[in-house]
Design a protein around this ligand. Structure first.
Ligand code: SAH
Length: 351
């Protein structure tokens, strides 16, 4: 039984080679067989582990960041606290718990989740029962808003273009002997600044669209956004599309719908889209810089002070995993964006 594999092969047989963004959208989001649609992929037993699942401290520090950003907005008595792609709802639950330090924040916050997966919506409902759910960001009601996204943008579809024999081609999935194979079709309309032979350039219309919508909302109404993901700035060529299963990389076309398929986020392009929407974009930080400035070591030290030896060892591993240069600290980046003229929330803009 390989229902999605069969469907993709039938589609390619009928319509020709499939663009990478179409393939990604199908393998992740097909209503019945898509990777996120049919299962909960997180955790040590699952396919990958995200920062909120590594330690509660991650969400707690983001909750504190949100409280400060809300105060920078003039502490509005009602606002939307929006999370894109909340997974199991762990991040938001940890954020809200930490934000209890300032009860007026919790009283003012209306939680909105943007989530396509019914399975993950059910998990989120257990973690944060009071949330409202939406299929896409543009469905979130108007009003002052704080917007958070962790490892959401990496799951949005990308296209890939490759320079071969002095011309651009688009990477596609085709059929060879009835099996899925990577291929290249001419893309004469594509242009990019890079022209090196063999260069791969990634473009994400889906990411640009959401980032621009966020920017436009921040331009219309007071608010701020915090987007965390793995990726790079400045923009650079490179094939970063990857499929992952049980914490290991697998070929992209193997068992579609059973592997997580993501790519690195181009933070320069994301910033350009936020600005194009009308928002102010703050200088990029690495996840390590952001978490250290927000008090990660102090928070872990506090938890360790009352823990037994085994728990202290687990805490030390989690802290290192989140912030060390060799682990998530450097590969993951944090971009913040606010309404134009809004007080710049710490630690952004602190040289
Ligand atoms: N933020 C969570 C989960 C990251 S995985 C964490 O850090 O643990 C990506 C999340 O985005 C999942 O919840 C997935 O279902 C959701 N998602 C992916 N593409 C989406 C889309 N196009 N629309 C809405 N949700 C999407």
């Amino acid at each position: 039984m390989r229902p999605l594999d069969d469907l993709i092969r039938a589609t390619i047989a009928a319509e020709g080679p499939m663009r990478m963004d179409h393939y990604m959208a199908l393998v992740l989001g097909h209503p019945q067989h898509g990777y996120y649609m049919k299962q909960d992929p997180f955790g040590a037993e699952g396919d990958f582990l995200t920062a909120p699942e590594i330690s509660q401290v991650f969400g707690e520090l983001i909750g504190i960041w949100c409280v400060a950003a809300w105060q920078g907005m003039g502490s509005p008595s009602a606002f939307h606290l929006v999370e894109l792609g909340p997974g199991r709802g762990t991040l938001m639950a940890d954020m809200l718990r930490a934000a209890q330090l300032v009860p007026a924040f919790g009283a003012a916050a209306k939680v909105h989740f943007v989530e396509m997966s019914p399975v993950l919506r059910a998990a989120q409902r257990k973690a944060v029962p009071q949330a409202q759910w939406h299929d896409q960001f543009s469905d979130v009601p108007e009003g002052p808003a704080l917007i958070v996204a962790n490892e959401f943008f990496d799951a949005l579809p990308i296209r890939q273009f490759e320079r071969r024999n002095g011309a651009w081609g688009e990477r596609v999935i085709g059929l060879e002997g009835g099996e899925l194979r990577l291929g290249l079709v001419p893309a004469p309309a594509f242009h990019a600044a890079y022209t090196g032979e063999g260069d791969v350039v990634e473009v994400s219309e889906a990411r640009d669209a959401v980032a621009q919508q966020i920017g436009a909302r921040l331009a219309r109404q007071p608010g701020a956004a915090l987007i965390i993901d793995y990726g790079h700035a400045p923009s650079a060529p490179g094939d970063t599309l990857q499929a992952m299963k049980r914490h290991a990389y697998v070929p992209l076309t193997v068992s579609p719908g059973d592997c997580d398929v993501t790519s690195h986020v181009d933070f320069e392009t994301l910033g350009v889209a936020l600005k194009a929407g009308g928002a102010q974009v703050l200088p990029l930080l690495t996840q390590g810089q952001f978490l250290l400035a927000m008090g990660l070591p102090q928070r872990f030290a506090k938890l360790a002070a009352t823990a037994d030896a085994a728990t202290r060892a687990t805490l030390a591993r989690a802290e290192a995993r989140l912030a060390d240069q060799q682990q998530m600290g450097n590969l993951f980046k944090v971009i913040a964006s606010t309404s134009p003229g809004l007080t710049i929330p710490y630690p952004f803009g602190v040289a």
